[in-house]
Design a protein around this ligand. Structure first.
Ligand code: ARG
Length: 475
């Protein structure tokens, strides 16, 4: 389409202007190259608006029929990739409206009655985001399902649990994975919550103050599946807090997956050797033939930074804007789209990648023998026999020091040797009995943490069952 008006480029307001904008300004102010991905939502919103206008007697039944016919053709053209997007028409809204008018004449020019691009674009974004959230929720569910399957297989597989990246206490690998289930469960809750506030209708706010036509906003909301209408016209066209909340929820989900990635990367390093990742998620080195690099988890970690940037971009975009609509808001789309795209791709890849984790149980168990991982269990044993906890802590610290000097682990000491290590703590040595070795084993340590949220295999299995029931209920 060429610029046919005497005015400055668009034709939508051209009578007011006496000189054209430069090509650079045209390109600078246009959004069609990225907002065209809201075309389906734009058409849906326009059809709902047109039906309402006809119901209210604001346009004729014939106008509505013409608009519907034209929009059906345009939808087909877009679907078949035949639609001619045009920079002169600035954005998705004007491109579609112009095409409509060229197809159906005056009815096309009546579509914009009682509406502005300000409430139109706010409606389109909300429709688009609602769909994206639904897709994300389904993908989180798929990721969780696969995670639970692996956690079940490894409900009793011992893994060194770390604090400060030092071996702390034994946990099961299944329990460790369930930590990520809990994180993504809260992530899903956040998306459900953002969706509630996203799913409100701005249309009817018009440019900023509402409109003088006898519109019926509730019927448009129902038609488009919105839960309610936005109750203040100035707020409806101007705020993008729902998009900011969404980016915050994306940033948190990516942060959780980034932490998981960091662990996969560490575990895959030969220094840990706890897992291997399937080859399809790794690459080699162009110079070092021995390398197998965990590229996908590294990129998840990297892309988390990019998504955090989008959140800050939107917060910054909003903070200085006076009411009501300002063109600044056109800049909301690219960060929003990219945040959603990045998370959607990441979740898809992750759900598949975790099914390809090869667990090296022997290495996990061997590592547990290096960090005195059952020292807390020995202290708890002494406490249960009546020694105050601080004294027990000290007695075990002495035993650990002795083990370190000898180059062995706590279970390698005989009862007599353990007693001897603790001689300097009054009342400690006589608490050590023949049953002490049962608490020094990894299995004993794991099984003893037998309460909700604990790492005992029985608790891990129960947590998996609860998680599965929750997943089934949300489908
Ligand atoms: N392309 C614009 C945006 O994304 C649509 C709204 C334009 N409104 C206006 N008054 N210029 O925000």
């Amino acid at each position: 389409m060429t610029d046919s008006s005497p005015g400055n480029g668009s034709g939508a307001w051209s009578g007011r202007f006496s000189e054209p904008v430069s090509d650079l300004v045209k390109r600078y102010t246009a959004s069609v190259f990225f907002d065209c991905r809201m075309a389906t939502q734009d058409i849906r919103g326009s059809l709902a608006h047109a039906k309402m206008l006809a119901r209210q007697g604001i346009i004729s039944a014939q106008d509505l029929t013409d608009i519907e016919r034209g929009m059906a053709q345009i939808a087909g053209e877009i679907e078949r990739d035949e639609f001619q997007w045009n920079l002169d028409a600035e954005d998705v809204h004007l491109n579609i409206e112009r095409r409509l008018t060229s197809l159906v004449g005056d009815a096309g020019k009546r579509l914009h009655t009682g509406r502005s691009r300000n409430d139109q674009v706010a409606t389109d974004i909300r429709l688009w985001l609602r769909d994206a959230i639904d897709q994300i929720l389904a993908l989180i569910g798929g990721f969780q399902k696969n995670l639970l399957d692996i956690a079940e297989t490894h409900a009793a597989t011992p893994l060194p649990g770390h604090t400060h990246l030092q071996i702390a206490q034994p946990v099961t690998f299944g329990h460790h994975l369930l930590a990520y289930y809990e994180m993504t469960r809260r992530d899903a809750e956040r998306f459900v919550d953002v969706r509630r506030r996203t799913n409100r209708l701005p249309l009817g706010a018009a440019a900023l103050a509402g409109t003088s036509y006898p519109i019926d906003r509730e019927s448009v909301a129902r038609e488009l599946g919105f839960d309610e209408v936005c109750e203040n016209s100035l707020d409806a066209v101007s705020d993008r807090d729902f998009a900011i909340e969404f980016c915050a929820a994306v940033a948190l989900t990516m942060t959780h997956l980034s932490r998981f990635s960091e662990e996969l990367i560490l575990w895959m390093s030969p220094r840990f050797g706890f897992i291997d990742l399937a080859d399809r998620f790794c690459t080699g080195s162009s110079i070092m033939p021995q390398k197998k690099n965990p590229d996908v988890p590294e990129l998840v970690r990297g892309k988390t930074g990019r998504v955090n940037g989008h959140l800050i971009a939107l917060l910054t975009l909003m903070k200085g804007q006076p009411l009501a609509y300002n063109k600044d808001n056109q800049e909301d789309k690219e960060p929003l789209f990219d945040a959603a795209d990045t998370l959607i791709d990441t979740l898809r890849i992750y759900a598949d990648m975790i099914t390809g984790i090869k667990v090296k149980q022997d290495n996990m168990l061997a590592a547990l023998g290096l960090g005195f991982a059952t020292a807390t269990d020995l202290a708890d044993y002494l406490v249960k026999k009546g020694l105050p906890f601080r004294d027990a802590h000290e007695a075990v610290a002495l035993a650990v020091r002795a083990a370190e000097q000898r180059g062995c682990d706590l279970p390698d000491f005989s009862v007599a040797e353990l007693k001897a290590c603790m001689a300097h703590v009054p009342g400690a040595a006589d608490k050590v009995g023949d049953d002490v070795h049962s608490v020094l084993t990894v299995e004993g340590s794991l099984a003893s943490r037998n309460h909700i949220g604990g790492t005992a295999p029985a608790q891990v299995r129960a947590a998996i069952a609860r998680a599965r029931a929750r997943l089934a209920a949300s489908n």
